[in-house]
Design a protein around this ligand. Structure first.
Ligand code: MN
Ligand code: MN
Length: 348
């Protein structure tokens, strides 16, 4: 075997990493700093206690796609033209906030909530957001007083530094009206009940859910897929011509194989709470190597979903050419799949 440069790690143990801990919640992040290969996407695992608020903020360089793992969440968002929306989310629901739109996230109900935030820019740090407290706290009190129509002395109690997560009062079960008198409803909803949909496709070895810009029109820059795989089942080798892939293991244990050309290949095991990454165009597969069902969330930095599977590719060529290409007997190629496999079950 010739020697080759090896691929860098594509795994990061997000849930075992140090958290930013606030009285109202926690945040852990995976950016290019923690996982240098992940240039296209970054992610955050956040928990909020009941009534806690991830404060009003925006992101200058990334859109935000989120998946609720457990608990209930209420968000508010404002977009250009005075458009706004308030939404409630439960486990399996998804939101999308376009880059630069102002939003806030609060924990609804009496249980702590846990959600994943995924950003379409690997250099984006959740700890570098444009926060309302940070901003307003750095505006001259005289200017702020005139803009808010109060005396500067009345603003003495305002925070001067970013609060990030604040502990607020319990949220009412029913969505309250906002303070505005001239706002308009957002033309497109920011909420999609992802896991309330039937699976996109079912296989003997598992099931796949998908959400793209077609189902969730506001989500123009991101899409996602969620796999449930039986023990031994494999999401077959494939690649995505159009997008980078950011993976998060929700349940179980998987083995991911990544191929980066030039003889560079690497296999890593991802446990629940770990993040994985497959750069655009890199070949990869996901195998459930545990003894129970696994659940893995896969996000893309494109609104579309595209994939090319190995079985599809091999079937798109004449049998003799495939045999010659791999230097194997025709009889072996005869036994290979003649149509897309997508998920190979553990018994094949
Ligand atoms: Mn945000
Ligand atoms: Mn993939």
């Amino acid at each position: 075997m010739p020697s080759h440069d090896s691929l860098p790690t594509f795994r990061f143990a997000l849930e075992e990493s140090p958290a930013r801990v606030m009285p109202g919640g926690t945040a852990r992040e995976a950016t290019i700093k923690q996982l240098p290969i992940s240039t296209g996407l970054a992610g955050v695992s956040m928990t909020l206690k009941p009534g806690a608020i991830r404060e009003l903020h925006w992101h200058a360089i990334a859109a935000e796609w989120a998946y609720v793992i457990r608990g209930n969440v209420r968000t508010t968002i404002v977009g250009p033209g005075g458009t706004c929306e308030t939404n409630d989310f439960g486990s399996g629901d998804v939101w999308y906030f376009p880059r630069g739109h102002g939003h806030a996230i609060a924990c609804l109900g009496s249980e702590e909530c846990h959600f994943l935030l995924i950003f379409d820019n690997g250099a984006f740090s959740e700890f570098g957001t444009f926060s309302s407290t940070d901003w307003v706290g750095h505006i001259d009190a005289d200017v702020l007083g005139r803009c808010l129509g109060v005396a500067p002395a009345d603003l003495k109690g305002l925070a001067h530094e970013e609060l990030y997560i604040v502990q607020g009062r319990p949220l009412p079960a029913v969505i309250e009206p906002n303070r505005g008198s001239e706002l308009r409803p957002a033309p497109q909803t920011h909420r999609y009940p992802f896991m309330a949909q039937p699976p996109w496709e079912t296989f003997p070895g598992g099931r796949q859910w998908r959400v793209t810009v077609d189902e969730f029109p506001i989500s123009t820059t991101m899409s996602a897929s969620l796999f449930e795989l039986e023990p031994g089942a494999i999401r077959e080798p494939h690649w995505h011509p159009h997008a980078n892939e950011w993976q998060y293991v929700l349940e179980g244990t998987v083995r991911v194989g990544l191929f980066g050309s030039g003889g560079r290949a690497r296999v890593e095991q991802l446990n629940a709470g770990d993040v994985g990454y497959a750069p655009r165009g890199y070949g990869h597969y996901i195998e459930n190597c545990g003894d129970k069902m696994c659940k893995i969330l896969v996000a893309f930095d494109s609104g579309q979903y595209q994939e090319i599977s190995l079985s599809t590719w091999l079937s798109a060529n004449p049998a003799g050419m495939v045999a010659d290409n791999f230097q194997v007997p025709d009889a072996l190629v005869d036994r290979w799949p003649k149509k897309r496999v997508f998920v190979a079950d553990g018994n094949s």
